[in-house]
Design a protein around this ligand. Structure first.
Ligand SMILES: [Zn+2]
Length: 450
């Protein structure tokens, strides 16, 4: 954990593959974080760790640590690319309704993005008619700054879509506003929540907003709107909040999931690169905090099952979004590894891969039934429906999903992964299948990127 995550070499080698101690895992494409030119990149293994390395002719070589365990990384990516080899249709899109915001977080990417004042409402009507999209999330800017938000939610709900929004929660702390949102029909709210200490908000968000966040959560709870906590984790700033937030969410049944998202760097100055952290590190933190009840091993095994599951339901999925699930109990929680033999499931998937067989939903269900443990009987059919249904159940539920994720930035951008991005984005003029690549395109266009 103490390793410096980014190295910049002063001498420029003519060959990025030059170091013989390194084993190349795969080729990909990225950008130079300084001039944003497209450049080749390689994923390499060195001393059991994995790095993304790239070199710009003008700005030298960049190397970033992306995993602490090369063996796991290779197994996971092989599984990912095998089961995600088909070009799956993007079914989830962000709606970039506005880039306005009522906060000015120092870590935000918005300052580098093209400004959108307000989304034309007819654009939402058009989007609502795209049959292949079943879930929309108002995101990218702060949706509560858009005067037509309620009307837009209404249009999408009338078309039978699931509607979520990402918010800093400032406006939601006003009960009357939250109640209007509920009336508009919104299914779910993902609220930015970085911990229980105002010093953290001062560092990451530029103001003390803990009380607002807690009030917003309370309002959503009273209104029975399911919640995701979007937690940005920056190294040396708030890793210690991971366990506290997990304990808090366990007791609040209306919190459907916690997305721990790693700090991203969008500036070229690299002054904050000491805050850089990867999902890989977050998994170690939860393993340590829960004393192995949610173990790193089980999280890695669960990804393989999840990649396979996404392929059979034809859902695109980001490689760097790790999920895990626990069931709340009166005394705490039980992890999904207590219900499903993840080792056995992983071996079965490995066999399918080795034999180059295809997987479909029925084979997946059959494999699952072979891997259930006795304890799963307690869950019953209804419990398993929750595990695999997805969506946004309106009632408080026992299931809590944990997500450990990273978002593309110019340092870690890996186009082979971004091409499979689990989210697209619709702007006032365009539609993009990969949100990750859209973000990078925005950085390229930014004239005053510093
Ligand atoms: Zn460059």
């Amino acid at each position: 954990m103490s390793e410096i995550h980014v190295k910049e070499y002063s001498t420029i080698s003519s060959d990025i593959n030059a170091e013989s101690a390194d084993n190349i895992i795969r080729d990909t494409h990225s950008v130079c974080p300084k001039c944003m030119q497209d450049i080749d990149a390689i994923i390499i293994e060195r001393s059991q760790k994995v790095y993304l390395r790239k070199e710009c002719k003008g700005h030298g070589r960049f190397e970033i640590l992306i995993s602490n365990n090369a063996q796991e990384y290779k197994q996971l990516q092989d599984c990912y690319f095998y089961f995600n080899s088909n070009n799956l249709v993007q079914s989830e899109y962000y709606l970039n309704a506005s880039t306005k915001c009522n906060m000015n977080c120092p870590i935000c990417y918005l300052r580098y993005c093209q400004k959108i004042d307000e989304f034309p409402i007819k654009r939402v009507s058009q989007a609502s008619r795209f049959h292949k999209i079943n879930r929309f999330t108002f995101s990218h800017g702060e949706p509560t700054q858009v005067s037509s938000l309620f009307a837009m939610v209404n249009i999408l709900k009338d078309s039978g879509k699931m509607v979520n929004m990402h918010t800093n929660g400032i406006k939601i702390a006003d009960y009357a506003y939250a109640a209007k949102l509920k009336s508009s029909g919104i299914d779910h709210v993902s609220i930015q929540f970085d911990g229980f200490d105002d010093e953290i908000y001062m560092g990451l968000r530029g103001q003390k907003v803990k009380a607002n966040k807690l009030k917003a959560i309370e309002n959503l709870k009273v209104l029975s709107i399911p919640i995701t906590l979007n937690v940005t984790i920056a190294k040396g700033v708030n890793e210690t909040q991971v366990g506290k937030i997990f304990d808090y969410a366990l007791k609040e049944y209306f919190i459907k999931d916690i997305s721990f998202i790693t700090y991203s760097e969008y500036a070229t100055t690299k002054e904050n690169m000491d805050k850089y952290i990867m999902p890989d590190d977050l998994i170690n933190i939860i393993d340590e905090y829960t004393q192995g009840a949610i173990s790193r091993r089980d999280i890695i095994l669960f990804q393989k099952v999840f990649y396979a599951y996404c392929s059979v339901i034809k859902k695109r999925k980001c490689f760097y979004y790790y999920h895990y699930m626990v069931v709340r109990t009166p005394k705490g929680y039980v992890a999904i590894s207590e219900f499903v033999d993840l080792e056995k499931f992983s071996r079965k998937l490995e066999k399918i891969k080795q034999q180059k067989k295809a997987l479909n939903f029925f084979i997946f269900l059959w494999m699952l039934s072979c891997c259930l443990k006795l304890k799963s009987l307690k869950l019953g059919a209804l419990g398993f429906k929750e595990f695999f249904k997805g969506g946004f159940p309106r009632r408080p539920i026992k299931l809590l999903t944990l997500t450990f994720a990273s978002i593309c930035d110019p340092y870690k951008y890996d186009r082979s992964i971004a091409d499979h991005c689990g989210q697209g984005i619709i702007t006032d003029t365009d539609m993009h299948e990969s949100y990750g690549s859209y973000l990078i395109e925005q950085m390229k266009k930014a004239e005053n990127r510093i």
